[in-house]
Design a protein around this ligand. Structure first.
Ligand SMILES: [Zn+2]
Length: 427
């Protein structure tokens, strides 16, 4: 057995919401030998109560049940903060495509048709336990931009959560970290937990939500913060500064969780199963991009940067400038190389970038070029301009997809939208 295979054997807590005793027995017989802890709810109502009291890792949900049917259960679980993000596999005899589609639209993670083979059930449960989930809680660059124009993609500033095998990683602490904190705290159901926060830099839009991150106020929780030493101060001092009494009523030291703040050096470091590597971005002040790698899974978060090859020729002329700029850009390409997901600064259109060269953000055509050069699988357009409404982001997305198609590549391009989870399945 390889180390990768053994890593995939993590047992899970499985709640089966199913009224038929023979199917309950069958599921238990298939899953218990793998080490999973399997519990049962005999009807929809009991399923909702049990799941919300103590959220399991995976819920197997029947559709045709007494008291509450499966769609009602799905709706109740997805609208409750404790179970909003729990993996739910609908297991049903219903074979209509429209029923299956509806379950997925209502938030089911997968659909398994009854009767099922043991192998299929085991594989699906394993897939749900081993998948990584990225959720965007804020995708807006520079300043929060709520309002009717930004409802679909959202107005909160950068915050992305990555959850994998029970480890919680948070990328940046923009205003989006406030709803993330509420969600994490609810899902924990009163149990203490640990969260790892990686900050790229300390411009307001990347740290302003931290004082509103409720898990940091709860005794017993651990919040491990990583980020760059600023031009003159350690990260801890900058975070403390934004909570100085002139700016905020509670001091950093008064937050009740155990909080550690560590300056990131350029050596790779370990966060749970992830090896994290940082590279400097081309952005005013000291700004980092991160590459997180675990068991063949690669996520690159490289926002708030602009290509040297776009900026340098505007400030310096000479025959070596272009070649030098390309060599500097290589570091970013190396950081995101072969990533399953590359979360990229894609703030401006090319026309806007022509006017805002040197502001520290990228035009989306360059983001596509970098994604192609680095051979990534998925490109997420991120750091949306606060001046862009949903329609403009739709247009940006269409444009980037067309560029990828024209290049003959199969990179999937997505525009980051708040609360829309992105699953990365284990290879
Ligand atoms: Zn910035």
């Amino acid at each position: 057995m390889t180390s990768k295979q053994s890593a995939h054997q993590r047992p899970g807590r499985i709640l089966v919401v199913e009224d038929q005793p023979d199917i309950q027995a069958l599921i238990a017989a298939i899953l218990r030998p793998d080490g999973h802890q399997v519990t049962f709810a005999n009807d929809g109502e009991a399923g909702v109560q049990m799941a919300q009291r103590d959220p399991p890792d995976v819920i197997l949900l029947d559709l045709m049940m007494p008291k509450l049917h499966g769609y009602q259960v799905l709706q109740a679980l997805r609208s409750h903060p404790a179970t909003q993000r729990v993996a739910i596999v609908v297991v049903s005899a219903k074979a209509y495509a429209s029923d299956q589609r509806k379950a997925l639209e209502m938030g089911a993670s997968a659909f398994l048709q009854k009767p099922f083979e043991a192998k299929a059930l085991r594989a699906l449960v394993r897939q749900q336990l081993d998948k990584a989930v990225l959720t965007f809680w804020g995708a807006r660059g520079s300043i929060a931009a709520p309002g009717p124009e930004t409802v679909r993609y959202g107005g909160n500033t950068p915050c992305v959560s990555l959850s994998y095998r029970g480890v919680q990683i948070v990328l940046d602490a923009g205003t989006g970290i406030r709803p993330l904190g509420v969600s994490l705290q609810a899902a924990a159901c009163g149990k203490p937990f640990e969260v790892n926060l990686l900050i790229t830099h300390t411009h307001w839009d990347h740290i302003q939500g931290f004082p509103f991150f409720t898990p940091a106020f709860v005794p017993g929780n651990r919040v491990n913060v990583f980020g760059p030493h600023s031009t003159e101060k350690p990260l801890e001092k900058v975070l403390r500064g934004q909570m100085d009494h002139e700016y905020f009523p509670v001091a950093l030291g008064d937050m009740a969780a155990t909080i550690t703040v560590r300056d990131v050096a350029m050596d790779p470091f370990q966060v749970g199963p992830f090896t994290v590597r940082a590279t400097y971005m081309n952005h005013p002040g000291m700004t980092l991009g991160y590459r997180l790698e675990a068991e063949g899974l690669i996520v690159a978060y490289a926002t708030d940067t602009e290509p040297f090859r776009a900026l340098l020729p505007t400030v310096k002329s000479g025959e070596n400038v272009a070649a030098f700029a390309r060599s500097q850009d290589q570091e970013l390409i190396d950081l995101v190389r072969d990533a399953d997901v590359y979360i990229a600064d894609a703030q401006y259109s090319p026309e806007e970038y022509a006017k805002k060269t040197g502001w520290g953000h990228t035009n989306y055509v360059d983001a596509v070029t970098i994604a192609i050069e680095a051979n990534v699988k998925r490109l997420v357009l991120f750091s949306h301009d606060p001046m862009h409404g949903d329609t403009q982001i739709d247009q940006k997305l269409a444009h980037c997809r067309a560029l990828v198609a024209a290049a003959g590549k199969s990179i999937e391009v997505i525009a980051a939208a708040e609360s829309v989870p992105l699953e990365i399945l284990a290879r």
